[in-house]
Every structure is written in C-alpha cells, then in structure tokens.
Design a protein around this ligand. Structure first.
Ligand code: ZN
Ligand code: ZN
Length: 280
C-alpha cells in the first residue's frame, strides 16, 4: 500500500498561513523533500495545489444557474438571473452559492463522499478554502456577518465521527475572518440523502426505512433555534453552511428559523447543488 501523504492537519494557524508560505525556504525545501506535495484524496504527486487532475475542484463559476436556488437556468437566461419557480415562490433564503453540480463534478463528488462517509474530516480544510474563494467571487464579504452550520444530530455525529458542516463552516470562517455560531439544533435524527450503504445503516439505527417518507415531512419541525443565540442572529446577515443541498427542505427549515429570530438576510453556502433526480 502506498504511503499516503497528507499535509499538516488543520489548526487555526494553518488555516490562515500555510506552512509552505510561512517557513524559511531551506526548511520548506526539506519538508517538500520529506513530504512531496500530493493529492489530498488519492495521494498522487502534484506540482501545486490540493488535488490531482482526477479530483480537481470546479474552476470558476458553474454553468449558468439561478442566483437564488443555484439550479441550472433554461437556455437563453443569463447566469445570476432568478428562475421562474424562485420568482413565483421565493425560498426563505436570498442566495445560494455552491462550488458546482454534484452529479457533473466528479472530483467534487469524490471529495464530498470522502468527507461525509470516509471519515476524512481533514478535507474540511481544502474544501472550506475553495468555498471561501467561491463566496468571495459571488458576494462582497463585508456583507457577511456570520456563518451558521446546518446542525447534525448527535446520533448522526456518532455514526459519522465528525460534523462536516461545522468543520466546513470553521474553515470558511477562518479564511474570511468571520465568526461561526452554532445557532441551530437538530431535534430529531432525519435520514440523509446519502449512499445506499449509509442509508441502510441509518435505517437500521432508526429501525425503519425511508420508503413513504417525503423529504419535506422528514425535516419539518426537525430543527430549533438555540434560545441563547437569538441575540447573535438578530439584524445579522447570516450564511448557512452545508455540504450538499438537494431538495432544499433542510436549508429552508433552517432559514425560516433564522429569519424568525430576526436575521436580516440568509444565504446558503454549500459544496455542491444536486438535482432531486440524483443521489447526494
Ligand atoms: Zn487525486
Ligand atoms: Zn431558482
């Protein structure tokens, strides 16, 4: 089995100042000789960056998509427009920003699966950095007050071993120098839209399957605002952070709670947007 090199694990220092930049050149060269740059997913050698060509993240803006829901727009509409469904029935959030489409972006999908189901919490660092860059491309960061991760239920946390939305939020917030507040709580476990393996494990834990349960019913009333957090949310421009947005029901529930608590606006920042027809 090949030696898997991973760059230094995340700390508050490495988020802001990568070791290769901060270290004197001799030290940096020694480190590179000992630990040559490698893809964070497959450990293939690299000239630069975080991922190899097979696992590269989307570069630049995704295909023309709706500013509000980030789903692809019909031909003829300019990117950044608002789609018909969002005009007729605006969701509870103002804007959704993602790195790309879950089904089309192979490298992004591989990273998300490793993060969610492979125990690779270290991926929060490069993926969070990419998310921060993407957000900077889409909005003026002075208009971002704080980040709130979509909460994970303690049972799910136990199953997964880490909270990927919280890790991503911390990574993004460290780059953009904004606070992270765990303002929301998940009241009951809800089946995730994940792999068949994770689904069956989760169904076994809950003692039931997903059949007959709509996603909207699953997440309805599944979240609450932490009471002590209301004063931190009121009048603030909040960005929810999650890994993948599929149906949008989860972020809708969370956005409604934040708006009720007085949030000035709510944005959604996620690694990928997935259409309902696929598997996320
Ligand atoms: Zn790779
Ligand atoms: Zn839309």
């Amino acid at each position: 089995m090949r030696f898997l090199h991973r760059p230094k694990r995340e700390t508050s220092t490495t988020y802001r100042r990568p070791l290769t930049v901060a270290a004197p050149s001799a030290w940096s060269e020694t480190l590179e000789a000992l630990y040559p740059p490698a893809c964070w997913l497959c450990a293939d050698g690299l000239e630069s960056g975080w991922f190899c060509s097979n696992h590269s993240l989307p570069q630049g803006a995704p295909a023309p998509c709706c500013r509000v829901c980030a789903l692809e727009l019909p031909t003829g509409l300019r990117g950044g427009s608002t789609c018909g469904p969002c005009r007729r029935e605006p969701p509870a959030w103002e804007q959704l920003v993602s790195l790309g489409d879950y089904h089309r972006e192979r490298g992004l999908r591989a990273g998300i699966l490793a993060l969610k189901h492979g125990g690779r919490r270290d991926l929060c660092l490069p993926l969070g950095r990419a998310l921060a860059r993407r957000l900077e491309e889409c909005v003026h960061v002075s208009g971002v007050d704080l980040f709130v991760p979509v909460p994970l239920h303690p049972l799910r946390h136990l199953q997964r071993g880490h909270d990927q939305a919280l890790g991503l939020a911390r990574s993004v917030a460290a780059v953009l120098d904004r606070p992270v507040r765990r303002s929301l709580r998940r009241l009951r476990p809800t089946p995730a839209q994940g792999t068949a393996c994770s689904e069956s494990l989760w169904a076994a834990l809950l003692g039931r399957g997903r059949r007959g349960h709509s996603r909207a019913a699953n997440v309805s009333g599944a979240f609450a605002l932490e009471e002590r957090e209301a004063r931190h949310v009121t009048g603030r421009r909040v960005w929810l952070v999650d890994d993948v947005v599929t149906s949008g029901h989860t972020v809708r529930e969370c956005s409604v709670l934040l708006k009720r608590a007085g949030a000035d606006s709510v944005g959604v920042l996620c690694l990928a947007r997935a259409s309902l027809s696929g598997h996320a």
